[in-house]
Ligand binder design. Structure first.
Ligand code: GLA
Length: 366
């Protein structure tokens, strides 16, 4: 049972400010961001909300309604505890490190982005916190530097070696559009979904952790492939360079092939969206999943099953694992108006076959 604890009840005063940020779902372009490549995420309706009131001292007192727990620390004396509070400590730490004057605060966090679902609950929290602190302490930080600060908090303080996609998506993406982002330059463009389609997002109920070793191992393999090929980043290679990968040990060859072909699939997906070609976009979703499963090896049997069940639905153009992998969610491109029904049909079949408990997150239920 969760106890409804309002800011007023917790801290005996109202908040000065309320800020929020959405979770994200990546349409295509997976494990390309830390290789300098392209990504295409969009927002989901689920959000993280932060209420905050400044304090005269340096205490940061935090209540998270999501974990139903509180914690406190002193701003400027953040020490990692390997716990959820590190996301908050990381934010005040990087803000102060960047020269912003941030002191104590009372903070209440609430989120509808499910943890471990591959939908960026971490980045949604980082961006919501950054927005709340920026507003309450009058800090001038634009959306792109805000995303960089969020990533820095996660990399340098929480200790998760993520790329920049999630923070950029949570900071800049908009409903109805995908954020076509070049992660090397951070140049971006907003691209509309083709008419006549909608997304369904289904959480497998198998949770992932990117602080775990698998994500780190993939990053290392990409670096090894770059060193062996004499390139700075896998982004420097194109599909025409694929024959060069044959010189690599087989595992590295597969990892590099995923990244190089996935970058091309993002470019093709943007072209398909601009042409309004749902079938072409769906085929790219399918190809991306196969590449993540066979070459990058970040899928798991439950997710493969869910994707296969989704693809069998008549109204579906394509489906794939979204996010870092090793569990999490799938994203389905479905005919407009059918997303919820498709999601529920997939969920029923998946739950029956796996004994897991999946949830349809997008479109949200009535
Ligand atoms: C996680 C990371 C991102 C990105 C994806 C995979 O979500 O946080 O930076 O690497 O995995 O595309």
């Amino acid at each position: 049972m969760t106890i409804p604890t309002t800011f007023q009840r917790l801290f005996d005063r109202p908040p000065d400010t309320t800020a929020s940020a959405p979770g994200r779902v990546n349409l295509i372009g997976e494990h390309t961001d830390y290789n300098g490549g392209f990504v295409l995420p969009t927002v989901i309706p689920q959000r993280t909300t932060v209420e905050l009131a400044r304090r005269a001292d340096d205490r940061v007192r935090v209540w998270s309604a999501s974990v139903q727990a509180g914690a406190e620390y002193a701003a400027g004396r953040e020490v990692p505890r390997h716990d959820w509070i590190d996301y908050v400590q990381g934010i005040t730490h990087v803000l102060r490190e960047a020269g912003f004057r941030v002191g104590g605060a009372d903070v209440r966090i609430e989120s509808s982005v499910p943890l471990g679902s591959g939908l960026s609950s971490s980045a949604a929290l980082e961006i919501a916190l950054l927005r709340a602190f920026a507003r309450a302490f009058d800090l001038a930080v634009d959306a792109v530097p805000l995303a960089r600060l969020g990533q820095r908090a996660e990399n340098a303080f929480v200790g998760a070696p993520c790329g920049i996609m999630d923070q950029m998506a949570c900071s800049l993406a908009e409903d109805g559009f995908a954020l076509f982002l070049d992660t090397r330059t951070l140049a971006f463009d907003r691209v509309a979904l083709p008419p006549g389609v909608e997304l369904a997002v289904i959480n497998s109920g198998v949770s992932h952790r990117i602080t775990g070793g698998d994500y780190r191992a993939r990053r290392r393999e990409c670096e090894e492939a770059c060193a062996a090929l004499g390139v700075a980043q896998l982004r420097d290679l194109e599909v025409a360079d694929l024959p060069r990968l044959a010189s690599l040990p087989p595992v590295l060859e597969r990892r590099a092939r995923h990244v190089v072909t996935e970058d091309q699939r993002v470019l093709d997906a943007v072209a398909a969206m601009r042409a309004g070609d749902a079938a072409a976009l769906g085929a790219l979703f399918d190809a991306s999943h196969v590449s993540m499963r066979d070459d990058y090896e970040v899928s798991i049997p439950e997710i493969d099953l869910m994707v296969a069940v989704a693809r069998r639905q008549e109204e579906v153009y394509g489906a794939r694992l979204t996010g870092g992998g090793f569990g999490g969610s799938i994203v389905v491109l479905a005919r407009r108006g059918t997303g919820r029904a498709v999601g529920e049909a997939v969920l029923r079949e998946y739950d029956r076959q796996t004994g897991q408990h999946a949830t349809v997150l997008v479109p949200p239920g009535a």
